[in-house]
Ligand binder design. Structure first.
Ligand code: HMG
Ligand code: MG
Length: 308
C-alpha cells in the first residue's frame, strides 16, 4: 500500500506528557511549552485535562493553563474531559475541542476512570451531545488497545467495539492508545485491521507509547495500513498514572524524523522541535527520551566545536 502523503500529528506532551510528573510543574512552564510547540508548527496541541485533581494532581491547574494560552488561529487546543463536570469546566474555560477517554480493557477502565466500559460510554454520550450543541468537537480515545497492565492481552474485536461506539455517538476521530507500549508491528496491523473494518481509516489515529522501543516501528506499520494521524509527545515525555511501568509516548521528534525520511509532509520545524524538547527536558531536570533529539543535539555540538 502507498503511504499517506500527509500526516497530522497531535501533540500530547502538555497533557499526556506532564500528567504523570511527580513534582508540580509550574503553570507558566506548561503554558510556555504550549507556546513553543505552536511556534514549532504543531497544529493540534492537547493542552491539559479537566479531570479530578485527587486522581491526577498535576492537571489541577487546567483552567489556569487553558486561560493563559495565547491561542494561535490555526491551532487547536483539545482538553480531556472524563465526565460532564469536566466538560462544563472545559466549556467555561472556552475549549473548542475536548476528548473523552475510554478503554478496551475493563480493569483499566475501572482504575483510570472508576467505571466499567459500558458505564463510560453512557457517561460520554451526554458530553458528546452537549458538545455538539455548543459547537465543540469531540475526539475519542481507546486505551490499552495492544495490552493492559491488569488484564493482559486485549482482543482486536474488543478495541473495535469501543472505537465504533465512540464514532457512532459522534466523536470525529478515535485515537487508539497502546498505553503500555506492548505492541509490535504485526499485532498493531491486526488490531488496526479489526477497527478499520468498521471505522473509516481517515477517522483513526495511532497513539503509541515507547516502553519497549517499538513505537516508531508500530507507526510505520500503521502508515502501511493507511493511518495518517499520530499522537506524540515532545521529548517522549509521559507515562500513565494508572499503568505502572508505562514509559513516555513516542517522541514527537522521532515521529517527525521518521516521516521526513519517508518523504511525508508534517509542516513541523524539526530544529525548533528539538530546541523545545531540550528546553522542557532541562526544566524537568532530565535527559530527553528522544533518540533523534539527542543525536541531532550531539551533531550540532560537534559542528559548532569544529567551527570554533
Ligand atoms: P470518581 O471519584 O468516581 O468521581 O472519579 P466522582 O464523580 O465520584 O467525584 C469524586 C470527586 O471528584 C468529587 O469531589 C467531584 O466533584 C470531583 P468531592 O465532592 O469529593 O470534593 N470530580 C472532579 N473534579 C474536577 N474535574 C472533574 C471531576 N469529576 C469529579 N472532571 C473521575 C471519576 C473520572 C472524575 C476520575 O476517575 C478521574 O478524574 N480520572 C481521570 C484519570 C486520568 O486523567 N487519567 C489519565 C488520562 S487517560 C490516559 O492517559 C490514556 C491516554 O493517553 C491514551 C493512552 O495512552 O492509551 C488518553
Ligand atoms: Mg497516552
Amino acid at each position: 500500500m502507498t503511504l499517506p502523503s500527509k500526516v497530522r500529528i497531535v501533540e500530547v506532551g502538555p497533557r499526556d506528557g506532564l500528567q504523570n510528573e511527580k513534582k508540580p510543574v509550574a503553570t507558566e512552564t506548561k503554558v510556555e511549552l504550549i507556546h513553543r510547540l505552536g511556534r514549532a508548527g504543531l497544529k493540534c496541541i492537547e493542552a491539559t485535562a479537566f479531570v479530578s485533581p485527587t486522581w491526577v494532581p498535576q492537571m489541577a491547574d487546567a483552567a489556569e493553563v487553558f486561560a493563559a494560552i495565547q491561542k494561535l488561529p490555526d491551532v487547536s487546543y483539545p482538553v480531556l474531559t472524563p465526565n460532564m463536570k469536566g466538560f462544563e469546566a472545559a466549556l467555561a474555560a472556552g475549549a473548542k475541542e475536548v476528548a473523552v477517554f475510554g478503554a478496551a480493557s475493563e480493569s483499566f477502565s475501572q482504575k483510570n476512570i472508576n467505571c466499567s466500559i459500558a458505564e463510560s460510554l453512557e457517561r460520554f454520550r451526554p458530553i458528546v451531545e452537549a458538545a455538539k450543541a455548543a459547537d465543540v468537537r469531540v475526539r475519542g480515545y481507546v486505551s490499552c488497545v495492544l495490552g493492559c497492565p491488569y488484564d493482559g492481552e486485549i482482543m482486536p474485536l474488543a478495541v473495535a467495539d469501543v472505537a465504533v461506539a465512540l464514532i457512532e455517538m459522534g466523536c470525529y476521530e478515535v485515537s487508539l492508545g497502546d498505553t503500555i507500549g506492548a505492541g509490535t508491528p504485526e499485532r498493531t496491523k491486526d488490531m488496526i485491521e479489526a477497527v478499520a473494518r468498521r471505522v473509516p481509516l481517515k477517522r483513526i489515529a495511532g497513539h503509541f507509547h515507547d516502553t519497549f522501543g517499538m513505537a516508531t516501528a508500530n507507526i510505520y506499520a500503521s502508515l502501511q495500513m493507511g493511518i495518517g494521524i499520530f499522537d506524540s509527545s515532545i521529548a517522549g515525555l509521559g507515562g500513565c498514572p494508572y499503568a505502572a511501568g508505562a514509559s513516555g509516548n513516542v517522541a514527537t521528534e522521532d515521529v517527525v524524523w521518521l516521516l521526513r525520511g519517508l518523504g511525508i509532509d508534517t509542516g513541523i520545524d524539526l530544529d525548533s522541535l528539538v530546541d523545545t524538547g531540550s528546553w522542557i527536558s532541562k526544566k524537568l531536570k532530565r535527559e530527553s527520551a528522544s533518540r533523534v533529539a539527542r543525536a541531532l543535539l550531539a551533531r550540532r555540538e560537534a559542528q559548532s566545536a569544529a567551527v570554533a
